[in-house]
Design a protein around this ligand. Structure first.
Ligand code: GDG
Length: 462
């Protein structure tokens, strides 16, 4: 019996089906089907710094949820430090925000070793192991060092940077070798995979044969697996009777058009630039004063990292500036909220929005853009304005694609969205919805797991 083992920084709560996102549900379904383990940080900090890290196991529906408490120092160095102050900004092409400290790097490797030491004794010979995201790049190497010979796959949820940016990291070569220690490495888009292949060639003199990298006595297969959403779930949510919050929103709009944005509050999402573009739109097209309301939902994240407090201040200032300049006693163009909204309600808000404004400066995929499309009314769909720098732009061709740095360009796209005929909206929307019905998160998961199973590997190397 081939079990599945998933490893990610955080682990969803067992049985918590309602609030979980599409990715958690898709992975959990696969784990429950095959039986397996989901391992990661509990999110808790253990106060006794010197004791051996404790793992707790909760069994639910055929799956062992194994969570590990970290020390304050682990959290600081591994999570806030190396993962979120070095890898995250650099992989999003923001070297100016990147802070590298050798102490953090050591903490990053230490926590990966902790995870490996806890996992290795649980692994059975036929298990396949699927590791998620930039927090855990060294995990396969650490597991191999402990004698684990199973197939191990890695999926990177964020972009892979251009080679000249990746080399800013003092330990770039070590991380690249860590990646080659996987049997399968999945990227969101082909350009991200090509960045990695270019790095291997330029810096390490390793030539990939198509998607196969043969190096350090191993064969590593690379592939493109664009992540998606649970499309049917979003359609169902959006078609259910509107929740009280959605009704409150509709009433408060008083017939004005809604332009909606939903992002974790993160500097990669381009929120200040987007707010400036709304200001520019109101400046260029005064006929829209009092006819449009922009709602920015941005729950705060990673509050221990100083750049995140800074982005909150920046967004609040930008929104205040635009409201002060264009608002009136009975209308403010921008509503900015930091609280999180339930998923079903979110689907109603997407549906109520005539325009979805999704303009990250750089984004691995961006699921909000896909959720917005799935939630539309097929008889009267809204218009998606989408950054060309989101991975999703390669699939959602019917969106109005924009350069988020070009404030005038985004302002013009807002106008085009406001004016677009029903016929054009439907023509743009339908192929995108069809695409999302086929390429949903279940398909994404199955494609990756299929490529990771041993039979497939034999076929590839034959
Ligand atoms: C990383 C990569 C990649 C947001 N606010 C609320 C809420 N959300 C949900 C959205 C969406 C998810 O969070 C955000 O996903 P994104 O893909 O947009 O962005 P990241 O969090 O940066 O995710 C990204 C992703 O990993 C998957 O591989 O696409 O590129 O950066 O599902 O709906 N959900 C609820 N309330 C909120 O207020 N319920």
């Amino acid at each position: 019996m081939q079990r599945l083992i998933a490893v990610s920084n955080r682990v969803p709560k067992p049985g918590d089906r309602y609030t979980s996102g599409g990715l958690s549900v898709a992975l959990r379904n696969a784990l429950e089907r095959a039986g397996g383990i989901w391992l990661g940080w509990s999110g808790e900090v253990q106060e006794a710094p010197d004791s051996e890290p404790k793992a707790q196991t909760t069994r639910f529906n055929n799956v062992d949820y194994v969570t590990v408490d970290l020390t304050r120092r682990d959290e600081e160095e591994y999570y806030n430090g190396f993962a979120n102050r070095a890898l995250w900004p650099l992989f999003h092409h923001r070297p100016g925000l990147t802070e590298f400290a050798r102490r953090d790097m050591a903490g990053y490797y230490r926590v990966n070793q902790i995870f490996a030491r806890i996992l290795a004794p649980m692994v059975r010979p036929n298990d396949i192991i699927w590791v998620h995201d930039y927090h855990l790049i060294p995990l396969a190497s650490e597991l191999r060092a402990l004698g684990v010979k199973n197939r191990i796959g890695f999926f990177l949820h964020i972009p892979w940077p251009a080679p000249e940016l990746f080399t800013i990291l003092p330990n770039h070569a070590r991380l690249a070798v860590n990646l080659v220690n996987y049997d399968l490495v999945g990227f969101q888009t082909k350009p991200f995979m090509d960045n990695f292949i270019a790095y291997l060639k330029e810096e390490m003199n390793i030539n990939a044969q198509g998607c196969l990298v043969e190096a350090f006595g191993r064969i590593c297969q690379l592939g493109v697996y664009p992540i998606s959403i649970d499309t049917q779930e979003f359609i169902r949510f959006a078609e259910a009777p509107a929740s009280a919050i959605a009704r409150r929103l509709e009433a408060s709009l008083q017939g004005r058009m809604l332009a909606l944005s939903v992002d974790r509050l993160d500097y990669s999402k381009g929120i200040p630039q987007r707010i400036d573009a709304i200001g520019r739109f109101l400046e260029l097209y005064p006929e829209y004063h009092n006819r449009i309301t922009a709602l920015q939902i941005a729950p705060t994240t990673r509050e221990a990292v100083p750049e995140y407090a800074e982005i909150n201040r920046e967004v609040a200032e930008a929104a205040g500036r635009i409201n002060g300049r264009f608002g009136d006693i009975d209308w403010g163009p921008i509503r900015y909220i930091n609280k999180s909204i339930g998923r079903a309600t979110l689907a109603h808000l997407y549906r109520a929005a005539k325009i979805g404004v999704v303009t990250p400066l750089r984004d691995g995929m961006n699921l909000v853009s896909k959720e917005y499309i799935a939630a539309q009314d097929p008889r009267d769909p809204g218009v998606l304005i989408l950054s060309r720098f989101a991975g999703a732009a390669r699939e959602l061709r019917g969106a109005l694609q924009v350069n988020p740095y070009d404030i005038d360009g985004v302002a013009h796209a807002l106008r085009a969205a406001c004016e677009m005929s029903l016929e054009e909206r439907i023509a743009r929307f339908e192929p995108m919805l069809q695409h999302l019905k086929i390429y949903d998160v279940h398909r994404w998961r199955d494609d990756f797991i299929h490529a990771l199973t041993p039979d497939h590997a034999l076929a590839m190397s034959a």
